[in-house]
Design a protein around this ligand. Structure first.
Ligand code: SF4
Length: 404
Protein backbone atom coordinates (compact mmCIF):
# COMPACT_ATOMS: atom_id res chain seq x y z
CA UNK A 1 0.00 0.00 0.00
CA UNK A 2 1.71 3.19 -1.14
CA UNK A 3 1.54 6.57 0.58
CA UNK A 4 -0.08 9.20 -1.64
CA UNK A 5 3.17 11.12 -1.79
CA UNK A 6 4.83 8.51 -4.00
CA UNK A 7 2.02 7.83 -6.39
CA UNK A 8 3.21 10.73 -8.54
CA UNK A 9 6.76 9.38 -8.51
CA UNK A 10 5.70 6.05 -9.96
CA UNK A 11 5.64 7.60 -13.42
CA UNK A 12 9.46 7.76 -13.27
CA UNK A 13 9.61 4.10 -12.49
CA UNK A 14 9.44 2.87 -16.03
CA UNK A 15 11.67 0.46 -17.87
CA UNK A 16 13.31 3.09 -20.05
CA UNK A 17 14.40 5.05 -16.95
CA UNK A 18 16.13 2.19 -15.16
CA UNK A 19 19.90 2.60 -15.37
CA UNK A 20 21.23 0.42 -12.63
CA UNK A 21 20.35 -3.00 -11.35
CA UNK A 22 21.41 -4.69 -8.13
CA UNK A 23 20.91 -8.46 -8.03
CA UNK A 24 21.09 -10.56 -4.88
CA UNK A 25 21.98 -13.83 -6.58
CA UNK A 26 21.16 -17.01 -4.69
CA UNK A 27 24.07 -19.16 -5.83
CA UNK A 28 23.17 -21.66 -3.12
CA UNK A 29 20.01 -22.11 -1.08
CA UNK A 30 21.69 -24.19 1.60
CA UNK A 31 24.17 -23.30 4.36
CA UNK A 32 27.01 -25.04 6.17
CA UNK A 33 25.96 -23.51 9.50
CA UNK A 34 22.67 -22.81 11.32
CA UNK A 35 22.54 -19.30 12.80
CA UNK A 36 19.46 -19.38 14.98
CA UNK A 37 18.22 -15.91 13.89
CA UNK A 38 18.68 -16.46 10.13
CA UNK A 39 15.78 -14.76 8.27
CA UNK A 40 16.32 -17.02 5.29
CA UNK A 41 16.13 -20.47 6.85
CA UNK A 42 14.29 -19.73 10.10
CA UNK A 43 12.19 -16.64 9.23
CA UNK A 44 9.03 -18.65 8.54
CA UNK A 45 9.29 -18.93 4.76
CA UNK A 46 10.38 -22.49 3.88
CA UNK A 47 10.00 -22.17 0.11
CA UNK A 48 13.78 -22.69 -0.27
CA UNK A 49 13.13 -26.41 0.34
CA UNK A 50 11.28 -26.55 -2.97
CA UNK A 51 14.16 -25.01 -4.94
CA UNK A 52 17.43 -26.49 -6.18
CA UNK A 53 20.31 -26.28 -3.68
CA UNK A 54 22.54 -24.52 -6.23
CA UNK A 55 22.21 -22.24 -9.25
CA UNK A 56 22.24 -24.53 -12.30
CA UNK A 57 24.34 -24.20 -15.47
CA UNK A 58 21.17 -23.65 -17.47
CA UNK A 59 20.27 -20.75 -15.18
CA UNK A 60 23.70 -19.21 -15.73
CA UNK A 61 22.83 -19.08 -19.45
CA UNK A 62 19.46 -17.54 -18.57
CA UNK A 63 21.10 -14.99 -16.27
CA UNK A 64 23.54 -13.86 -18.96
CA UNK A 65 20.68 -13.53 -21.51
CA UNK A 66 18.59 -11.64 -18.94
CA UNK A 67 21.42 -9.17 -18.29
CA UNK A 68 21.98 -8.73 -22.03
CA UNK A 69 18.26 -7.90 -22.45
CA UNK A 70 18.57 -5.39 -19.56
CA UNK A 71 21.57 -3.76 -21.24
CA UNK A 72 19.71 -3.56 -24.56
CA UNK A 73 16.92 -1.79 -22.61
CA UNK A 74 19.32 0.86 -21.27
CA UNK A 75 20.78 -0.55 -18.03
CA UNK A 76 24.41 0.56 -17.72
CA UNK A 77 25.43 -0.46 -14.17
CA UNK A 78 24.97 -3.88 -12.67
CA UNK A 79 25.97 -4.98 -9.19
CA UNK A 80 25.73 -8.67 -8.39
CA UNK A 81 25.84 -9.76 -4.74
CA UNK A 82 26.85 -13.44 -4.72
CA UNK A 83 24.67 -14.72 -1.93
CA UNK A 84 23.21 -17.81 -0.26
CA UNK A 85 22.73 -19.73 2.03
CA UNK A 86 26.49 -19.91 1.96
CA UNK A 87 27.73 -19.09 -1.57
CA UNK A 88 31.12 -20.74 -1.04
CA UNK A 89 29.36 -24.11 -0.89
CA UNK A 90 29.32 -23.89 -4.67
CA UNK A 91 32.20 -25.82 -6.26
CA UNK A 92 35.07 -23.49 -7.16
CA UNK A 93 35.05 -24.32 -10.88
CA UNK A 94 31.30 -23.57 -11.10
CA UNK A 95 31.75 -20.36 -9.10
CA UNK A 96 34.62 -19.24 -11.34
CA UNK A 97 32.66 -20.06 -14.46
CA UNK A 98 29.77 -17.84 -13.29
CA UNK A 99 32.15 -14.96 -12.55
CA UNK A 100 33.84 -15.44 -15.93
CA UNK A 101 30.50 -15.38 -17.77
CA UNK A 102 29.32 -12.28 -15.87
CA UNK A 103 32.54 -10.31 -16.30
CA UNK A 104 32.67 -11.16 -20.03
CA UNK A 105 29.37 -9.37 -20.71
CA UNK A 106 30.09 -6.37 -22.89
CA UNK A 107 28.76 -2.85 -22.48
CA UNK A 108 28.25 -2.60 -18.72
CA UNK A 109 29.90 -1.41 -15.57
CA UNK A 110 29.77 -4.59 -13.46
CA UNK A 111 30.66 -4.92 -9.77
CA UNK A 112 30.76 -8.24 -7.94
CA UNK A 113 30.56 -8.72 -4.18
CA UNK A 114 29.94 -11.70 -1.94
CA UNK A 115 28.39 -12.18 1.51
CA UNK A 116 29.93 -15.20 3.26
CA UNK A 117 30.53 -16.67 6.69
CA UNK A 118 34.20 -16.99 5.61
CA UNK A 119 34.62 -20.49 7.06
CA UNK A 120 35.58 -22.10 3.75
CA UNK A 121 38.01 -19.44 2.56
CA UNK A 122 41.35 -20.82 1.42
CA UNK A 123 44.08 -19.71 -1.00
CA UNK A 124 42.08 -20.86 -4.04
CA UNK A 125 39.09 -18.74 -3.01
CA UNK A 126 41.39 -15.75 -2.48
CA UNK A 127 42.73 -16.24 -6.02
CA UNK A 128 39.16 -16.25 -7.38
CA UNK A 129 38.20 -13.10 -5.42
CA UNK A 130 41.34 -11.44 -6.70
CA UNK A 131 40.87 -12.47 -10.34
CA UNK A 132 37.29 -11.16 -10.49
CA UNK A 133 37.79 -8.19 -8.12
CA UNK A 134 35.10 -9.44 -5.74
CA UNK A 135 34.46 -7.35 -2.62
CA UNK A 136 34.03 -9.72 0.34
CA UNK A 137 31.61 -9.09 3.20
CA UNK A 138 31.86 -11.41 6.22
CA UNK A 139 29.14 -12.12 8.77
CA UNK A 140 30.36 -12.18 12.39
CA UNK A 141 28.67 -10.92 15.54
CA UNK A 142 31.66 -9.95 17.70
CA UNK A 143 33.98 -11.78 20.12
CA UNK A 144 33.81 -15.56 20.46
CA UNK A 145 31.39 -15.72 23.39
CA UNK A 146 28.92 -13.39 21.61
CA UNK A 147 29.28 -14.85 18.12
CA UNK A 148 28.99 -18.46 19.22
CA UNK A 149 25.72 -17.98 21.09
CA UNK A 150 23.80 -17.83 17.78
CA UNK A 151 26.24 -18.45 14.92
CA UNK A 152 26.62 -22.19 15.34
CA UNK A 153 27.26 -25.11 13.00
CA UNK A 154 24.98 -28.07 12.40
CA UNK A 155 26.48 -29.88 15.40
CA UNK A 156 25.70 -26.89 17.62
CA UNK A 157 29.37 -25.86 17.85
CA UNK A 158 30.49 -22.22 17.70
CA UNK A 159 31.91 -20.94 14.41
CA UNK A 160 34.07 -18.02 15.61
CA UNK A 161 37.52 -19.65 15.35
CA UNK A 162 36.87 -20.87 11.79
CA UNK A 163 35.43 -17.50 10.73
CA UNK A 164 38.44 -15.63 12.10
CA UNK A 165 40.82 -17.89 10.15
CA UNK A 166 38.94 -16.84 7.00
CA UNK A 167 39.05 -13.15 7.97
CA UNK A 168 42.81 -13.38 8.60
CA UNK A 169 43.30 -14.86 5.13
CA UNK A 170 41.29 -12.00 3.63
CA UNK A 171 43.26 -9.38 5.57
CA UNK A 172 46.58 -10.95 4.51
CA UNK A 173 45.41 -10.95 0.90
CA UNK A 174 44.47 -7.28 1.25
CA UNK A 175 47.92 -6.46 2.64
CA UNK A 176 49.44 -8.29 -0.34
CA UNK A 177 47.38 -6.09 -2.66
CA UNK A 178 45.29 -8.99 -3.98
CA UNK A 179 41.82 -7.91 -2.81
CA UNK A 180 39.96 -4.98 -1.27
CA UNK A 181 39.82 -4.88 2.54
CA UNK A 182 36.83 -7.02 3.62
CA UNK A 183 33.69 -5.56 5.17
CA UNK A 184 31.79 -7.07 8.05
CA UNK A 185 28.09 -7.39 8.91
CA UNK A 186 26.92 -7.90 12.49
CA UNK A 187 23.33 -8.36 13.62
CA UNK A 188 22.44 -6.10 16.56
CA UNK A 189 21.66 -8.15 19.64
CA UNK A 190 20.38 -6.13 22.61
CA UNK A 191 21.82 -8.72 25.02
CA UNK A 192 25.36 -7.77 23.93
CA UNK A 193 27.56 -4.77 24.74
CA UNK A 194 28.02 -2.68 21.61
CA UNK A 195 31.29 -1.19 22.89
CA UNK A 196 32.78 -4.67 23.31
CA UNK A 197 31.80 -5.60 19.75
CA UNK A 198 33.12 -2.33 18.26
CA UNK A 199 36.41 -2.72 20.11
CA UNK A 200 36.75 -6.36 19.07
CA UNK A 201 36.02 -5.82 15.40
CA UNK A 202 38.20 -2.74 15.00
CA UNK A 203 41.11 -3.37 17.39
CA UNK A 204 41.31 -7.13 17.72
CA UNK A 205 40.33 -8.16 14.19
CA UNK A 206 41.56 -4.97 12.45
CA UNK A 207 38.34 -4.50 10.47
CA UNK A 208 37.30 -1.02 9.43
CA UNK A 209 34.24 -1.32 7.23
CA UNK A 210 31.40 -2.20 9.60
CA UNK A 211 27.70 -2.67 9.00
CA UNK A 212 25.28 -3.29 11.88
CA UNK A 213 21.85 -4.68 11.05
CA UNK A 214 18.74 -4.07 13.10
CA UNK A 215 16.88 -7.32 13.85
CA UNK A 216 14.34 -8.10 11.09
CA UNK A 217 11.41 -7.36 13.42
CA UNK A 218 8.03 -5.84 12.55
CA UNK A 219 5.29 -4.26 14.69
CA UNK A 220 4.02 -7.68 15.76
CA UNK A 221 7.35 -9.40 16.44
CA UNK A 222 9.05 -6.76 18.58
CA UNK A 223 8.35 -5.57 22.14
CA UNK A 224 8.83 -2.37 24.16
CA UNK A 225 11.60 -4.00 26.19
CA UNK A 226 13.45 -5.17 23.09
CA UNK A 227 13.18 -1.72 21.48
CA UNK A 228 14.56 -0.05 24.61
CA UNK A 229 17.51 -2.44 24.70
CA UNK A 230 18.22 -1.84 21.02
CA UNK A 231 18.25 1.91 21.63
CA UNK A 232 20.76 1.41 24.45
CA UNK A 233 22.90 -0.73 22.13
CA UNK A 234 22.73 1.80 19.33
CA UNK A 235 23.62 4.76 21.59
CA UNK A 236 26.55 2.79 22.97
CA UNK A 237 27.74 1.96 19.45
CA UNK A 238 27.64 5.64 18.50
CA UNK A 239 29.60 6.56 21.63
CA UNK A 240 32.22 3.91 20.82
CA UNK A 241 32.60 5.24 17.29
CA UNK A 242 32.70 8.89 18.44
CA UNK A 243 35.34 8.19 21.08
CA UNK A 244 37.51 6.15 18.70
CA UNK A 245 40.11 8.87 18.24
CA UNK A 246 41.85 6.93 15.48
CA UNK A 247 38.59 7.26 13.46
CA UNK A 248 39.78 4.23 11.57
CA UNK A 249 36.39 2.57 11.20
CA UNK A 250 33.45 3.40 8.99
CA UNK A 251 30.07 2.32 10.37
CA UNK A 252 27.62 2.29 7.47
CA UNK A 253 24.52 3.77 9.11
CA UNK A 254 26.54 6.52 10.85
CA UNK A 255 28.36 7.33 7.63
CA UNK A 256 25.09 7.49 5.69
CA UNK A 257 23.46 9.80 8.24
CA UNK A 258 26.51 12.10 8.27
CA UNK A 259 26.49 12.33 4.48
CA UNK A 260 22.76 13.05 4.44
CA UNK A 261 23.00 15.78 7.12
CA UNK A 262 25.93 17.34 5.26
CA UNK A 263 24.06 17.35 1.92
CA UNK A 264 21.88 20.21 0.84
CA UNK A 265 18.15 19.36 0.84
CA UNK A 266 18.10 19.76 -2.93
CA UNK A 267 20.88 17.28 -3.70
CA UNK A 268 19.81 14.75 -1.06
CA UNK A 269 16.10 14.75 -1.91
CA UNK A 270 16.71 14.78 -5.63
CA UNK A 271 18.93 11.73 -5.25
CA UNK A 272 16.44 9.92 -3.03
CA UNK A 273 13.23 10.66 -4.85
CA UNK A 274 14.41 10.65 -8.43
CA UNK A 275 17.81 9.04 -8.97
CA UNK A 276 16.98 6.07 -6.73
CA UNK A 277 14.02 5.36 -8.97
CA UNK A 278 16.54 4.79 -11.76
CA UNK A 279 17.92 1.78 -9.93
CA UNK A 280 16.24 -1.49 -9.05
CA UNK A 281 17.13 -4.14 -6.47
CA UNK A 282 15.96 -7.68 -7.14
CA UNK A 283 16.64 -11.13 -5.73
CA UNK A 284 17.20 -14.05 -8.11
CA UNK A 285 16.58 -17.44 -6.52
CA UNK A 286 18.44 -20.64 -7.47
CA UNK A 287 15.59 -21.56 -9.82
CA UNK A 288 15.82 -18.17 -11.58
CA UNK A 289 12.68 -16.68 -9.97
CA UNK A 290 12.80 -12.92 -9.46
CA UNK A 291 11.64 -11.22 -6.26
CA UNK A 292 12.14 -7.96 -4.32
CA UNK A 293 14.84 -7.23 -1.74
CA UNK A 294 15.75 -10.53 -0.02
CA UNK A 295 14.93 -9.61 3.60
CA UNK A 296 11.25 -9.07 2.68
CA UNK A 297 10.93 -12.80 1.99
CA UNK A 298 9.23 -13.75 5.25
CA UNK A 299 6.98 -10.66 5.17
CA UNK A 300 5.70 -10.74 1.57
CA UNK A 301 6.53 -14.28 0.31
CA UNK A 302 3.98 -13.91 -2.52
CA UNK A 303 6.16 -11.24 -4.15
CA UNK A 304 8.90 -13.83 -4.76
CA UNK A 305 8.51 -15.81 -7.97
CA UNK A 306 5.36 -13.89 -8.88
CA UNK A 307 5.53 -15.21 -12.45
CA UNK A 308 8.89 -13.54 -13.16
CA UNK A 309 11.92 -15.64 -14.04
CA UNK A 310 15.27 -14.72 -15.61
CA UNK A 311 14.66 -17.14 -18.48
CA UNK A 312 12.32 -14.65 -20.18
CA UNK A 313 11.83 -11.55 -17.98
CA UNK A 314 12.73 -8.05 -19.12
CA UNK A 315 13.21 -4.81 -17.20
CA UNK A 316 9.79 -3.81 -18.41
CA UNK A 317 8.26 -6.95 -16.84
CA UNK A 318 9.93 -6.04 -13.55
CA UNK A 319 8.79 -2.42 -13.52
CA UNK A 320 5.23 -3.42 -14.40
CA UNK A 321 4.95 -6.11 -11.70
CA UNK A 322 2.66 -4.69 -9.00
CA UNK A 323 4.23 -6.57 -6.05
CA UNK A 324 7.82 -5.63 -6.95
CA UNK A 325 6.72 -2.08 -7.69
CA UNK A 326 4.97 -1.77 -4.31
CA UNK A 327 8.06 -3.01 -2.46
CA UNK A 328 10.43 -0.79 -4.40
CA UNK A 329 8.37 2.39 -4.23
CA UNK A 330 7.67 1.68 -0.56
CA UNK A 331 11.41 1.50 0.04
CA UNK A 332 11.90 4.86 -1.64
CA UNK A 333 9.00 6.71 -0.05
CA UNK A 334 8.46 8.42 3.29
CA UNK A 335 5.60 6.87 5.29
CA UNK A 336 2.61 9.16 5.93
CA UNK A 337 3.12 8.73 9.69
CA UNK A 338 6.48 10.51 9.41
CA UNK A 339 4.85 13.63 7.94
CA UNK A 340 5.58 15.95 10.90
CA UNK A 341 9.00 14.55 11.79
CA UNK A 342 11.89 17.03 11.54
CA UNK A 343 14.22 14.19 10.49
CA UNK A 344 12.02 12.73 7.77
CA UNK A 345 14.16 13.91 4.90
CA UNK A 346 17.27 12.34 6.45
CA UNK A 347 15.74 9.15 7.88
CA UNK A 348 12.96 8.55 5.32
CA UNK A 349 11.09 6.20 7.64
CA UNK A 350 13.75 3.55 8.20
CA UNK A 351 14.07 0.17 6.49
CA UNK A 352 10.97 -1.15 4.77
CA UNK A 353 10.79 -4.46 6.66
CA UNK A 354 10.81 -2.64 10.01
CA UNK A 355 7.77 -0.56 8.98
CA UNK A 356 5.50 -3.53 8.41
CA UNK A 357 2.32 -3.84 10.46
CA UNK A 358 0.70 -7.26 10.11
CA UNK A 359 -2.69 -6.03 11.33
CA UNK A 360 -3.13 -3.51 8.54
CA UNK A 361 -0.90 -5.39 6.09
CA UNK A 362 0.78 -2.06 5.34
CA UNK A 363 4.35 -0.69 5.16
CA UNK A 364 3.04 2.87 5.43
CA UNK A 365 4.18 3.30 9.05
CA UNK A 366 7.21 4.78 10.75
CA UNK A 367 10.00 2.32 11.60
CA UNK A 368 9.64 0.35 14.82
CA UNK A 369 13.14 1.76 15.51
CA UNK A 370 11.95 5.38 15.16
CA UNK A 371 12.97 6.44 18.70
CA UNK A 372 16.43 4.93 18.24
CA UNK A 373 16.87 6.56 14.82
CA UNK A 374 15.90 9.98 16.22
CA UNK A 375 18.30 9.56 19.13
CA UNK A 376 21.12 8.55 16.74
CA UNK A 377 20.44 11.48 14.42
CA UNK A 378 20.46 13.95 17.33
CA UNK A 379 23.81 12.56 18.52
CA UNK A 380 25.32 12.69 15.03
CA UNK A 381 24.09 16.26 14.49
CA UNK A 382 25.59 17.22 17.87
CA UNK A 383 28.92 15.64 16.87
CA UNK A 384 28.91 17.56 13.58
CA UNK A 385 28.13 20.77 15.50
CA UNK A 386 31.00 20.14 17.93
CA UNK A 387 33.26 19.61 14.93
CA UNK A 388 32.44 22.99 13.42
CA UNK A 389 29.28 22.59 11.35
CA UNK A 390 27.10 25.67 12.10
CA UNK A 391 23.77 24.85 13.75
CA UNK A 392 21.93 26.99 11.15
CA UNK A 393 23.45 24.86 8.40
CA UNK A 394 22.40 21.62 10.12
CA UNK A 395 18.84 22.93 10.57
CA UNK A 396 18.71 24.11 6.96
CA UNK A 397 20.05 20.82 5.62
CA UNK A 398 17.67 18.53 7.44
CA UNK A 399 14.70 20.26 5.80
CA UNK A 400 12.97 18.61 2.86
CA UNK A 401 13.49 20.18 -0.54
CA UNK A 402 10.27 18.70 -1.90
CA UNK A 403 7.01 18.28 -0.03
CA UNK A 404 7.16 14.47 -0.11
S1 SF4 B 1 12.75 9.39 12.78
FE1 SF4 B 1 10.82 8.21 12.99
S2 SF4 B 1 9.14 9.64 12.44
FE2 SF4 B 1 11.12 10.50 11.70
S3 SF4 B 1 11.25 9.82 9.59
FE3 SF4 B 1 12.38 8.32 10.85
S4 SF4 B 1 10.88 6.72 11.33
FE4 SF4 B 1 9.74 8.51 10.60
Amino acid sequence: MLPNSVVGLSRFFEAENVQSLEIVLKLTERCNIECTYCYYFFGGDESYKTRAPTFSKKNVDHLVSFLERCIADGVTNIRVVLHGGEPLLLKKDRFSEICERLTSIQGIDLALSIQTNAMLIDDDWIAIFSKYNIFVGVSIDGPEDYNDLYRIDKQGKGTYQRVVKGIDKLLDANKDGLIQKPGVISVINPDFEASVIYEHLTKHLDLSNLHFLYPDDTYSTTSEDKLKSIQKYSDELLNSWASDTALSAKVRFIDNYIKRIQSTPFSRDLHQSYASLRSVIITVDSNGDIGPEDTLRSIIPDAFGDGLNIKDATISDITSNAKLMDAWLGMNSIPSECGDCEWKSVCRGGDLKNRYDEESGSFNNKSIYCTTIKSNLESIAATLYRNGMPIEQIEKNVQCYSSS
